[in-house]
Design a protein around this ligand. Structure first.
Ligand code: HEC
Ligand code: HEC
Ligand code: HEC
Ligand code: HEC
Length: 444
């Protein structure tokens, strides 16, 4: 017996070392607080991180609502998704997950779960298990040694540093920015989108756009670097990052028309800024839509719906007033819940999205309850999409200029869902990505 045990230990040891760090495999005390890292030494990085979503991944209102009001009760009722009660925090509050604190106290209790994605989470990651980074498959080694992409010129008095080239690769980010649902659907693929897109092939990493290089000290007692990696992590919660992500142009097919005639407007949307698709990440929540309207010389406004292209699943990419998200009723204890409006935007506008479907085939914003995905009608990195808008000029349009404007809008969370769940307004405010206008002349 004894011999056998030793034998298995020797054989299994290498496997154990490279396995994903699991629920309850550490305690909170194994990790330093961000305050500890940031109060005397890494003061600038700490302040940057504090203003980024990374420091709020557990405490931000929408995260709190979705986890405590939807995911936890749902996990308690449905065996199939039970794992998310612990799993959400594998990414949103890794130290709570690693400490086996399930569910952690709510944010108002100010527990260490609130540290969210902290300094010592990222700087204790030595690698990931398997071939593809996803679902918090990090291998954690907290302790005296911190992992970084290079050795500093001045030695740290607080810890040692081991160089780990994973930290300068986009694969590092994929550990939390790729997610598979309990049904096996890829519900978050920012890293995979980047990997198959043009940027990764050119060697442009996530860090190059989200942790830009600038002249700064990386620690107060250290030297200035010309290429310190700012810890900004600016993303969709930064309207400045969203603005201009897509460039757009609208043109008519004819410059002068008589009332009653037909004009076709073409809009080109060029994704010049994102390293992955737009939108990416929490695609189940996001809505990006193209609104086109004309204003005549008397100030009358005409909304022009998009022309249908005829692809499969297109109905999910054209705004309508159908209801969806019926599976919110599971966690909220509303039997036969009718759902809320799917889009909450002007009917007939083009939506750039990929719908998520629950096991019953209904559209859902609950990525953990996602069994399949619909048409992927998002704008890929450096892709240009073309949309047309056919307008029959009404007989009563006055002569003169007709100004036609195409506007691309963005919301973090579809408004009917935000309103229904009482999510703060900031999460459903409209951010204008871009806009362009053209003119035609209406003849007598
Ligand atoms: C989401 C993960 C993540 C978090 C959170 C994070 N870092 Fe980093 N940090 C990185 C990565 C990745 C790099 C290396 C980037 C590169 O070289 O491309 C890095 C680099 C650094 C460096 C070395 C910079 C250099 O130029 O050599 C320091 C110092 C550092 N981080 C400190 C901190 C501190 C302090 C915090 C908390 C306030 C923190 N980090 C939070 C991922 C993170
Ligand atoms: C340990 C998990 C983890 C790792 C590793 C990680 N992230 Fe994140 N990241 C998160 C979570 C969780 C959020 C969501 C915060 C929230 O709740 O909105 C987030 C948010 C972000 C955002 C902000 C999005 C927004 O809506 O504003 C950006 C940008 C981002 N991460 C980029 C990166 C990059 C670049 C890397 C690699 C250098 C990285 N992340 C590594 C977990 C991680
Ligand atoms: C070429 C620059 C570029 C690269 C490379 C890049 N991004 Fe982004 N990223 C952006 C821009 C611009 C936005 C804002 C528009 C948007 O939300 O997509 C963004 C948005 C995001 C968001 C917020 C999405 C949301 O809806 O909340 C996350 C998260 C993110 N990026 C993570 C990553 C990760 C992880 C990688 C690498 C796998 C990466 N990015 C590579 C430019 C880039
Ligand atoms: C594999 C890692 C991972 C897991 C597991 C995960 N998330 Fe996330 N979550 C993220 C990342 C990364 C983002 C940011 C993506 C983006 O910016 O679009 C995010 C974004 C969110 C957001 C949107 C935040 C906002 O303000 O727009 C909410 C809410 C959320 N997650 C809740 C949950 C819940 C609830 C669970 C469990 C059912 C969960 N997450 C599981 C990584 C994860």
């Amino acid at each position: 017996m004894k011999l056998n045990k030793a034998f298995y230990l020797i054989i299994l040891c290498p496997l154990v070392i490279s396995a994903q760090s699991g629920l309850g495999s550490f305690s909170y005390e194994d990790f330093k607080t961000p305050k500890y890292c940031g109060s005397a030494c890494h003061t600038d990085f700490y302040q940057q991180w504090k203003q980024a979503m990374m420091s709020q991944a557990y405490t931000h209102e929408w995260d709190e609502i979705e986890y405590f009001k939807l995911a936890v009760p749902h996990a308690d009722k449905d065996e199939k998704v039970a794992e998310v009660k612990a799993g959400c925090n594998g990414c949103h509050s890794p130290i709570a997950y690693l400490a086996g604190d399930v569910p952690p106290p709510p944010p108002s209790k100010n527990s260490r779960a609130n540290e969210s994605v902290s300094c010592d989470v990222c700087h204790s990651i030595s690698g990931f298990a398997g071939d593809i980074p996803y679902n918090y498959n990090y291998i954690m080694k907290p302790g005296k040694v911190k992992f970084s992409s290079r050795k500093p010129s001045v030695e740290s008095p607080a810890h040692e540093i081991e160089v780990n080239s994973l930290l300068k690769s986009g694969d590092f980010c994929g550990i939390c920015h790729n997610e598979k649902s309990p049904y096996g659907a890829w519900v978050k693929t920012t890293h995979l989108e980047w990997k198959e897109g043009p940027y990764s092939k050119e060697g442009v990493q996530c860090q190059d756009c989200h942790m830009p290089k600038a002249e700064m000290k990386t620690a107060s007692m250290g030297a200035k670097y010309s290429d310190a990696r700012l810890h900004l992590f600016h993303g969709a919660h930064d309207p400045g990052k969203i603005r201009g992500a897509i460039e757009l142009r609208i043109n008519p097919d004819i410059n002068e028309v008589e009332p009653g005639n037909i004009v076709k407007f073409t809009v080109a949307l060029f994704n010049q800024k994102t390293g992955h698709k737009f939108p990416t990440g929490s695609v189940e929540d996001r809505i990006v839509w193209l609104h086109v309207e004309a204003i005549d010389s008397k100030g009358n406004v005409y909304h022009i719906p998009v022309d249908k292209k005829g692809f499969e699943g297109e109905e999910f990419t054209i705004a309508s007033d159908v209801l969806a998200y019926q599976d919110l009723g599971i966690a909220l204890n509303i039997p036969d819940f009718k759902g809320v409006k799917r889009d909450g935007i002007p009917i007939g506008d083009r939506i750039f999205r990929m719908p998520y479907f629950d096991p019953q085939g209904r559209m859902t914003i609950q990525q953990w309850n996602t069994a399949s995905l619909g048409v992927d009608y998002r704008i890929g990195p450096r892709e240009t999409k073309i949309e047309t808008f056919t307008f029959k000029v009404p007989a009563n349009v006055p002569p003169g200029k007709l100004k036609v404007t195409a506007t691309l809008n963005y919301q973090l969370l579809v408004k009917p869902v935000a309103d229904f769940l009482g999510v703060p307004e900031s999460e459903s405010q409209i951010v204008k990505v871009n806009e362009h206008s053209t003119e035609i002349t209406i003849l007598q």
